[in-house]
Structures are given as structure tokens and as C-alpha cells.
Ligand binder design. Sequence first.
Ligand code: PPS
Length: 285
Amino acid sequence: MARQYFTHKGVLFPCLGYSPESLSYVENEFQVQDDDVFNITYPKSGTNWMREILSLIRSDGDPGWVRSVLNWDRAPWVESQSGLEAALKYPPPRLLCSHLPIHLFPKSLQRSKAKIIYTLRCPKDVLVSLYHFSKIMRLFKDPGSLDSFLEDFLSGNVVYGSWFHHVTGWMGLKGNENFFSITYEELQQDLQGSVRRICHFLGKELSEEQVAAVVENASFQSMKGNKMSNFSQLPAEYMDHQKGELLRKGICGDWRNHLSEAQSQRFDTVYQEQMQGLGLTFPWD
Ligand code: PPS
């Protein structure tokens, strides 16, 4: 079963851990609650970093929770079968994660006041991160050559579908008072200021010391050294721990070390076709 995909409403999902039935349940029957906080991302855009930040904000900067409870239990992935089970048992207020494109997200969001935090990242860095991750994640197909994976990525022939559709779909909520977007690049440039902005959006007051504790405990090095956050506890059935780690490099612009000039230009051409005229500007534009 591992490394095989199925297509659900035009989007690829791994067979292991996902099913069309649970995806349909999530879309049509899952009840979003007013006090839910959703950490939403396209894969490899900073999901786990944001999950750590939100966990630490929730515990007022005290690292006790992030050091004692696995990250996927602190904020389950609502669309995976095990994540859905955990989400349904989660005592409110829930902290949940999702990579779903907006058209597959629970419809009940529309009737709720749940807060959405959408984190985006330079798509060339997403591509490179996903390329490496696909080699170690047993749920994902081997990515093949970077050239062929580039074409798969640009056409949305990857797990969770097109980056362009994901971003343009979710960013359509921009301006909604329960929607907050931030980039991986902003987190890198000013984590302290970003944490304050997230706290403001959540309506959560933290002291200077508490914000500093969030920043310290959500750093790349802290997360890498925390077995509750570094995915070392993920069963080998899912990840080949000998080949690499989810916390790989944690930098901006690593694509420059991997994409050729021709690959970068090919990316730019498709990016401009897909993104022009949408009125969205990003740090990587
Ligand atoms: S996943 O599998 O889609 O949920 O992955 P995701 O967490 O979205 O993205 C993984 C990338 O985020 C980097 N990362 C961080 N960067 C900086 N600081 C912190 N604290 C941090 N935590 C995770 C991680 O290293 C992956 O990026 P790459 O470029 O592969 O290193």
C-alpha cells in the first residue's frame, strides 16, 4: 500500500493513512467549532514550526507541553484517518492542522468563527523541501529526478495538489477577520514580531518573557532536539529515519543550491502565468 496514491476530487492523497470516505466525512460532516484554531498550510511551508509556535502560545511560553506531548497529538491533522479520530476526541478549544485545499476543507467552517492561520512559503523552497521529504516519507512516491518532480509540482501532480490552487484558494479569505496569513520568510526574519502578531490575532496576551520563551522553544535547534517535535517517534513504517529528517535545513532560499537556471526560469514562467492579476504579493516575488 505504501507509496501508492488515490485521487479524491482531483487531488492526490497517499493510500496509507487516508481514505476517500474519511475525506468526504471531513468535508461534509466534520463540525468546525467557534473556538477551533486551524493551522493550515500547503505541505513543507512551515506547518510544524507554526504548530510549535501555537502550542507554546497556548501554554504561555511554558515548554512543558511541547516537551511531553507529541506534536501530532497537540494539533492533529484533521484529514488523516488517525488525525480525524484524535480531532473528534480533542477537548475544546481544539488546535488542529490541515494541508487540505479550501475546496476539500470542512464546509461547516463557513458557519463558524473558528480562527484560521495560513502559513505560506516561497514555492521554490517548498518544491526543494518536498523533493527531499518525498525520498524519506514512505507515504509518498519516490520523486524521481528533480526535473520530473519539478513538472509534477508545477502541474499539481503531487500529494495535496497544486501549490497555486492551494494558495489562491485560501488567500481568497484575506480580509476576513478570522483569517490570518503569514509567510515562513516573515517567521525567519522576525520571529518575535511574528509571535506578537499571532497572539494579537488569537486575542492572547503574553508578557515579553513569555514571548521570548515561545521564540526560544520554537527555534529550529530546540525543535530538532525535542523528540516530541522532531518526528523521530514517527514509526519507521511511515518514515525512513536513516535517510533524513523533517527538520532538514530550516533556511530561506535553499532552492538556489538545487535548481538550475533553466529549472528556475521554467518555474518563474508557470508562477507568472498562475499568479498574475491576483493582487497577491509575497516576499519572494
Ligand atoms: S510537513 O511535512 O508538510 O508538515 O512539513 P512542514 O512542517 O510544513 O515543513 C517542513 C519544513 O519546515 C522547516 N522547519 C523549520 N524551519 C525553521 N525553523 C523551524 N523551527 C522549523 N521547523 C520546521 C523544516 O526544516 C522543513 O524545511 P526544509 O527546507 O526541508 O529544511
